[in-house]
Design a protein. Structure first.
Length: 152
């Protein structure tokens, strides 16, 4: 948000979702960018209602995003990937997960007591921390993330 008491600058607000901000202040992956600005004139205060609406809309979007995430995780915690370890290994192999990780991931998930989508994704995430190359870690993260769609 910005404003000027002397009319030197417009009144405005810009909202967006973003992935990260680096140390030199570059905003990465800004999406759903909404910008509102009005010339600073005698009637500028009428724009405050518009700004209020933009902020309320942003809060509502935040809540929908949060609620959608919570629902997805709950479903992942309740959705089984298979009836036994062999079946789950087959699902993981078909999903492109390296065979060298499949058995270990299933064993870790079984230790949590269930072979749910969430337990397997969590196990893959834990194993991912041991992978040396960032590109390989990113690839496994993407593959594990795609497994979450099996709970939808």
């Amino acid at each position: 948000m910005w404003n000027s008491e002397v009319g030197r600058r417009s009144l405005g607000v810009e909202t967006f979702w973003y992935q990260s901000v680096c140390q030199n202040h570059i905003v990465w992956d800004a999406v759903e960018v909404v910008e509102f600005r009005r010339k600073h004139t005698a009637n500028v205060r009428e724009s405050l209602g518009d700004i209020r609406y933009i902020i309320q809309d942003l809060v509502a979007k935040r809540d929908r995003r949060r609620d959608g995430f919570v629902l997805a995780i709950k479903q992942a915690m309740q959705t089984s990937l298979g009836d036994d370890a062999d079946e789950v290994c087959g699902v993981l192999t078909k999903s492109g997960i390296a065979r060298s990780l499949v058995k270990e991931a299933v064993e870790l998930a079984e230790k949590q007591g269930r072979l749910t989508v969430f337990a397997v994704v969590d196990a893959l995430t834990r194993l991912n921390g041991r992978i040396v190359n960032a590109g390989d870690r990113t690839e496994l993260d993407q593959q594990a993330g795609k497994l979450l769609t099996l709970a939808a």
